[in-house]
Structure formats: structure tokens, C-alpha cells
Design a binder for this molecule. Structure first.
Ligand SMILES: Cc1cc2nc3c(=O)[nH]c(=O)nc-3n(C[C@H](O)[C@H](O)[C@H](O)COP(=O)(O)O)c2cc1C
Length: 199
């Protein structure tokens, strides 16, 4: 894949998928740390229930059907070039048509994005926990936050570093007496989305 493409793996139940299929465009908006609460809300509540477009100011670029978020320091608008149809997920591949970026993020050769990526890498590499344990700890943190995206992401990455399904499920089940069964049960189902053994 060339560097001017972005792909998104999105569960078919999401409201967003229908909009991407209809308009054949989408945008990717990178929030700042100050936007974490509203961003997390967007990740937890579906557009089927709430009009999330009212949370931020929107603008459109070259593609008129891919609204972007003014408050985000980086916005990318994409034209849909391919959809891969999996049973539970769509993978949308988009060609980047334009990227809009706050100057602050560009100064010193794009230190901002590099710094964010580097932070995650450095804290994991510093040890002494190995990478698998680190992802299981972050999986537990995502579970307590009820963050489906974080659970999916850390389950996926734990599997990449050879975590077994039993170890992943155990990391979540261990939290039952701390955070309660309903949250644990939700996280087990998100983990099963990725592991692929959902009944
Ligand atoms: C940090 C974070 C990352 C997420 N990443 C994904 C993802 O990669 N794929 C996905 O299908 N859902 C992901 N989700 C979950 C969706 O954002 C969530 O289900 C959302 O409510 C879907 O909204 P919609 O129904 O309006 O499209 C993520 C959630 C969070 C909080």
C-alpha cells in the first residue's frame, strides 16, 4: 500500500459505515489531548442514538461530503477506493485527497506526531515488563474505561506478541471484583470480536 492511503477497520454495526458507503468519502481527525473527553464520548456512543456532529464545529474541504472537525489539529479527507467486506467488519481503504494541519504540529519537523508515537514505544521498551504483559496491562486499563477501541486495539496487539486467548480473557476476568461484572462482560465480548470466537 502506498503512503497516501489510510485504511479503517470498522465493525458493521456502526452508524458511520452507512455514511461512508453512501458518500464514498470519509475523514480522519486527530484530536488534541484537551479533547479527550468528547473524543471518548464519540467512541462510546453511536450516531444511531445521538447526533455527534453537534459536539464540534465542522468544515468541509475538497470533497464536499467528508466533514472534518475544526478543533482537531490534524484533519485528513479521503476518497473511498476499496471496501473489504468481512463478516463483522468493513475495511475501508481511502486515498488521501488533502491533509489540514495546525502549524504548531509542523514546527521542528513534525515533532508532535513523532512525539506521540515515540511516547508509547519508549514506555513499553523501558521495561521491565515485557511487551505482552504491557499490552495486557493496557487492556485492563481500557476495560476499566469501558473503551471498546482500546480493548480491541490491545487485544489485537497482545495477540501479535503471542498472547493466548486464555491469557487475554483472564486479564479481563481478574477485574470482576474491582470494577464489576457488567463492565467485564462488555470487555469480554469486545475481546471476542478480535479473537473471533464469539458465540
Ligand atoms: C479509542 C477508541 C478507538 C476505537 N477504534 C475503533 C476501531 O478501530 N474500529 C471500530 O469498529 N470501532 C472502534 N471504536 C468504537 C467506535 O468508535 C464506537 O463503537 C462508536 O460508538 C461507533 O460510532 P457510530 O455508531 O456513530 O459509527 C473505538 C472507540 C474508541 C473509544
Amino acid at each position: 500500500m502506498d503512503l497516501s492511503s489510510i485504511s479503517l477497520g470498522m465493525a458493521k454495526i456502526h452508524y458511520t459505515n452507512a455514511g461512508i458507503k453512501e458518500n464514498k468519502t470519509f475523514s480522519v481527525n486527530i484530536p488534541s489531548a484537551g479533547m479527550v473527553k468528547k473524543t471518548d464520548y464519540c467512541g462510546l456512543v453511536s450516531g444511531k442514538r445521538v447526533d455527534k456532529s453537534r459536539l464540534f464545529e465542522n468544515f468541509c474541504g475538497k470533497l464536499e461530503t467528508a466533514p472534518m472537525i475544526k478543533q482537531c489539529p490534524i484533519n485528513t479527507e479521503c476518497r473511498l477506493i476499496k471496501t473489504v467486506d468481512f463478516p463483522k467488519h468493513d475495511v475501508f481503504v481511502g486515498e488521501v485527497v488533502e491533509t489540514y494541519c495546525d502549524e504548531q504540529c509542523l514546527k521542528d519537523g513534525g515533532k508532535f506526531m513523532g512525539g506521540v508515537q515515540e511516547l508509547g514505544k519508549v514506555v513499553r521498551q523501558e521495561g521491565p515488563l515485557d511487551e505482552k504483559t504491557a499490552h495486557l496491562v493496557q487492556l485492563a486499563a481500557g476495560t476499566t474505561q469501558r473503551s471498546e477501541g482500546a480493548v480491541h486495539s490491545h487485544v489485537r496487539r497482545a495477540i501479535e506478541v503471542r498472547a493466548r486467548p486464555e491469557e487475554i480473557y483472564h486479564s479481563i476476568i481478574l477485574l470482576t471484583s474491582t470494577i464489576g461484572f457488567p463492565t467485564v462482560s462488555a470487555a469480554l465480548s469486545w475481546a471476542a470480536d478480535v479473537i473471533g470466537d464469539k458465540k
